[in-house]
Design a binder for this molecule. Sequence first.
Ligand code: PGA
Length: 261
Amino acid sequence: MEVIVKESYAEVSQAAADEVARVIAEKPSAVLGLATGSTPLGLYAELIRRYEQKELDFSSVTTFNLDEYVGLPAAHPQSYHFFMRQNLFDHINVAPENIHLPAGIPNDCRAFCREYEQKIAASGGIDLQILGIGSDGHIAFNEPGSSLASRTRVKTLARSTIEDNSRFFDRPEQVPEFAITMGVGTILEARKVILLATGEQKAGPIAQAIEGPITSMCSASALQMHEHVLMIVDRAAASQLEQVAYYEWVQQKRSHAPSTA
Ligand code: PGA
């Protein structure tokens, strides 16, 4: 796990965009795992800017989103389908047939989840998975207690997640209580993972995820078992890390370190 501490939200977003650009440069038909929430908005704005500057081409890229609320149609302004169109897909040249999100109103949830996993596998697997982290330490909607081997399925949202996400709805009772989410096991199969976190309210979950025990009580801690994870955080989100001086030392020494590739 590499921990990269940046000074600002803008720098976190730039560093994440650099990773996406690197993956697409290496493999123009890359498969990206995408996240919603406030955290990746700066990354998406930067990807759009680079596309407009002709620095990035998404024409062969495939995307899979982490999750979607159950019960919201794709046209609902709080659905993740809507969010992704508004904040990324409508502004870049990703082919509509290459975009995948869990359905908000699937006919048969169990069959849908199985097919979603099959589509990820058929695409060759996710090359780069982008993640945020919830105040309860979740990745995607893998709430505390989620099996670290879990696959795409329906999850009941934690009360804290409903409260966190109620800022996007007129009333807290409008927040859906269920979501279809990739599992922790699904996420761990991505070839590379970047988790972004900014702000003091993420300091606790970030410390647990990076320096705490691996536990389903903080599903982000499962990333400790993944070989290629970048945790890109700002100083506020890093403020409870005990080893922050070491992580920064590693980054300083990075260009001198013997290659392990
Ligand atoms: P946020 O959500 O980016 O809006 O803080 C993160 C998450 O819940 O995973």
